[in-house]
Design a binder for this molecule. Structure first.
Ligand code: FPP
Length: 229
């Protein structure tokens, strides 16, 4: 890749297409979620090697509870396995883990592992891996506004930004969606007001280093004007 590429500081990814990836192979959807889960570290490693500072991954939306119980259980199992293994990897990779979303609906054992991971890595500053679980952008905005009101503060744009889960990490410069759909699905809608968007038909388990490089190259060519001329 060109060494002069402009690398986004914060990248968000909507990891879509696991189910279709499995169906194409005549397998159950959980097979696709397993493959998708195995793809996470490959992309995390590559993004951070390329110079991305913060990577936000949409792992489970607040709407995903409506899926069949078997599928929800499998996704929760994969997340638990991922977070359990995270600490060992983190020691050598210096990645801070953050999880954003409403934790109150998750099982206490997953919440405990997440809290331990977050606590153990909160001093790391090189890279942040932010995983959205039971996350929805609209409820995040409502939460931020309610916090301001509860503190008797005026509701301002800055005030809302400062009370979003991502307050510390800033807004995503680039949002990638795999799997061919052209929508944001309630993902970082406030933070993403000026994000560059990149959509690809490639299904998440097939989204490899080369595909991420294509998204980064596309970002590098964009002229960001933030509403100005
Ligand atoms: C969308 O594919 C994907 C999800 C709803 C879950 C994303 C989860 C993972 C990649 C695995 C676990 C994550 C981590 C961080 C370990 P879909 O099921 O909507 O696919 P479809 O659109 O083809 O049906």
């Amino acid at each position: 890749m060109d060494a002069n590429l402009k690398i986004p500081t914060h990248v968000g990814i909507i990891m879509d297409g696991n189910g279709r990836w499995a169906t194409l192979r005549g397998k159950k959807r959980s097979y696709g979620h397993n493959a998708g889960s195995n793809n996470v570290d490959r992309i995390v490693t590559h993004a951070f090697n390329r110079g991305v500072k913060t990577l936000t991954l949409y792992a489970f939306s607040s709407e995903n509870w409506a899926r069949p119980k078997e599928e929800v259980d499998e996704l929760m199992r994969l997340l638990k396995v991922y977070f359990k293994k995270f600490i060992k990897k983190v020691l050598k990779n210096k990645i801070r883990l953050f999880v954003m979303g409403d934790m109150s609906k998750l099982s206490p054992d997953i919440v405990k592992i997440i809290e331990e991971d977050m606590e153990a890595t909160k001093h790391l500053t090189d890279h942040v891996l932010n995983i959205a679980i039971n996350y929805g952008s609209r409820s995040e905005i409502v939460m931020a506004v309610n916090k301001l009101l509860a503190e008797g503060k005026e509701v301002t744009e800055q005030g809302i930004s400062e009370n979003l889960y991502t307050a510390e990490f800033g807004e995503p410069d680039l949002i990638i969606r795999t799997g061919g759909e052209l929508r944001l699905s309630n993902f970082m809608m406030y933070q993403g007001a000026y994000s560059e968007l990149y959509f690809t038909d490639v299904l998440w388990p097939d989204f490899d280093e080369g595909e991420l490089d294509k998204a980064l190259s596309s970002f590098s060519e964009r002229k960001r004007r933030f509403g100005k001329i």
